[in-house]
Design a protein around this ligand. Structure first.
Ligand code: PGA
Length: 253
């Protein structure tokens, strides 16, 4: 059975002290792992990653992740961070290909394909983000675009590599806008993504791949989205910055 995951993408928010406070509050409010359906992942900025890793160490089904990594393991890349360094901090996940990285930092599928391999080699589980901008959905090209992102970004992986990663479908028009995809829109795209994976890697791997939804997820809409058969949790931006809201989403899972 595939895992349900609720991951918080903090983006460029929270100092170390604020990170400590938020994670401590969330941990206090979590149900015991045996009663919880979803794995919880915190993805703070790099500066708070070690702090968060040490807070979640030993907590069952709670992990930390980074929001990006470089395509090389070391070298003259001022300002960048390697997957091996993230792993050495104690993190388990890394978000790759978030639409903000694609949009503001010109990350292409070709670059992401390399980052995914570095992350896997380092022992990190990538959370690979895909999703279409509004004009692409309006032109009814959203499935083609997402298929290209997945084929070019991931389909060079071997089956055993692919089995270690997680996908997040985040329609760009829903990120930070308050405009959430309908349950039907989410389910349709998630089922489509799963069918692509099945074609390339077979049904067993497809059925075991966690596909999270992201984009304006809140406690009030998370239950309906997560109840869809192909929606396996959420990648949460704004609502993950507040313990009560993030816990509300985790409990909705
Ligand atoms: P949001 O962001 O929940 O604030 O819409 C989601 C994301 O960017 O991962």
């Amino acid at each position: 059975m595939r895992k349900k995951i609720v991951a918080g993408n903090w983006k460029m928010h929270k100092t170390c002290a604020e990170a400590r406070q938020l994670v401590t509050e969330v941990l206090k409010g979590l149900m015991p792992a045996a009663q919880r359906k979803a794995r919880v992942v915190f993805c703070p900025p790099f500066t708070a990653l070690e702090t968060v890793c040490s807070l979640v160490a030993g907590e069952p089904e709670v992990f930390a992740g980074a929001q990006n990594c470089h395509w090389a393991n070391h070298g003259a890349f001022t300002g960048e961070v390697a997957a091996t360094m993230i792993k050495a901090c104690g993190a388990s996940y890394v978000i790759l290909g978030h639409s903000e990285r694609r949009q503001y930092f010109s990350e292409t599928n070709v670059v992401l394909a390399q980052k995914v391999v570095r992350a896997l080699e380092a022992g990190l589980a990538p959370i690979f983000c895909v999703g279409e901008p509004l004009e692409v959905r309006e032109a009814n090209q959203h499935k083609e675009l997402v298929a290209t992102q997945i084929r070019e970004g991931l389909f060079h992986l071997t089956a055993s590599q692919f089995a270690q990663l997680t996908i997040a479908y985040e329609p760009v028009w829903a990120i930070g806008t308050g405009k959430v995809a309908t349950e039907e829109q989410a389910q349709e795209m998630h089922a489509f993504i799963r069918s692509l994976i099945a074609e390339r890697y077979g049904t067993e791997i497809a059925e075991n791949t966690t596909i999270m939804y992201g984009g304006s997820c809140k406690p009030s809409n998370a239950g309906g989205l997560f109840a869809q058969p192909d929606v396996d949790g959420g990648l949460i931006g704004g609502a993950s910055l507040n313990a009560e809201e993030f816990l509300g989403i985790i409990h909705a899972c």
